[in-house]
Design a protein around this ligand. Structure first.
Ligand code: HEC
Ligand code: HEC
Ligand code: HEC
Ligand code: HEC
Ligand code: HEC
Length: 164
């Protein structure tokens, strides 16, 4: 039991570091710039395809970047890294920073497709963002806030609706 407990403790610490919960910011593999790509006419759902269909919004696969970056574009020093990952047949190892505790169930589709909420209500103005996300944005989305909105919109506040 003690050994199992220690392992759980260690992996919790690793997860905390990998997901950006906790004190320090994460370093993303590339200097991705949301603003620059929204200016190209792309929408949130072009890259985060799960957001109106599934629980997880997801990250874009490298092949979707290569649609535009299979040849050099611009002069940013990180731009060639896309092709370096592709040549090594690797995906770009984005570090997910927003994550609820393991006992909580959250679904993007319920909020984006059914409740018609805008991404900015929970993630802020991503379209103006020029630097990658390095720190959780959902720490302010605590249980009180989930409950307050569910209450006001007449959505279930049953414990087992949000907890597994
Ligand atoms: C629809 C075309 C398109 C797609 C798809 C696309 N990009 Fe870009 N990207 C651009 C354009 C245009 C620029 C600006 C190039 C310049 O500076 O002239 C750019 C610039 C960049 C830069 C340089 C940063 C900067 O501030 O200019 C990086 C890094 C980058 N893209 C990464 C990505 C990644 C990672 C993906 C996939 C998740 C992606 N791009 C998908 C068109 C695209
Ligand atoms: C009601 C609040 C809310 C709205 C609206 C929302 N999100 Fe999220 N988002 C979250 C929460 C909470 C998490 C962490 C989820 C978890 O750990 O289960 C998250 C995580 C994410 C992640 C990383 C993990 C993943 O799911 O792949 C991405 C990317 C993301 N959101 C994009 C979006 C986009 C794009 C939109 C709009 C189309 C959006 N979100 C709308 C609350 C929201
Ligand atoms: C060209 C593809 C592309 C587009 C368009 C795009 N994103 Fe992203 N998004 C990414 C990539 C790549 C990352 C990971 C790097 C970073 O943090 O910038 C990311 C990260 C995020 C995250 C942080 C996920 C986490 O928890 O780690 C959120 C939230 C998010 N995007 C929301 C949005 C919203 C909202 C829009 C529309 C305004 C949008 N994105 C448009 C590619 C895109
Ligand atoms: C601003 C309002 C708002 C906030 C904040 C909000 N929700 Fe919701 N949520 C809704 C609405 C509206 C629905 C009903 C969507 C529908 O019609 O199915 C919903 C539905 C749900 C469902 C039911 C999904 C299903 O398929 O049964 C879950 C689970 C849920 N929310 C969890 C959360 C969690 C966890 C948080 C906090 C991290 C949260 N919500 C924050 C408005 C909100
Ligand atoms: C609308 C979604 C939602 C509902 C309904 C909900 N919770 Fe939560 N709960 C959350 C979220 C999100 C967290 C994690 C964030 C936080 O700790 O505030 C959480 C955290 C908790 C925690 C852990 C607190 C901690 O300090 O780690 C407990 C215990 C808990 N909830 C009990 C309950 C009970 C009991 C009910 C039913 C009366 C309930 N919850 C209903 C969303 C919900």
């Amino acid at each position: 039991m003690i050994v199992v407990g220690m392992a759980a403790l260690t992996s919790a610490a690793v997860v905390a570091q990998m997901t950006g919960r906790g004190a320090s910011d994460v370093t993303q593999p590339l200097a991705f710039n949301h603003k620059r790509h929204i200016e190209e006419g792309m929408s949130c759902l072009d890259c985060h395809k799960g957001a109106d269909q599934r629980a997880e919004a997801g990250f874009p696969p490298i092949r979707s970047c290569l649609l535009c970056h299979s040849e050099a574009k611009g002069t940013h020093p990180d731009e060639p890294k896309i092709r370096e990952f592709a040549e090594r047949k690797e995906s770009i190892p984005w570090i997910r920073v927003n994550r609820m505790p393991g006992h909580v169930y959250f679904s993007h589709a319920a909020h984006v497709a059914y409740a018609k909420m805008d991404c900015r209500e929970c993630h802020g103005e991503m379209k103006d963002r020029t630097e990658p996300v390095t720190r959780s944005q959902v720490d302010h989305l605590n249980m009180n806030r989930c409950m307050a909105c569910h209450d006001s919109k007449g959505v279930s506040t049953d414990c087992l609706r949000c907890h597994k």
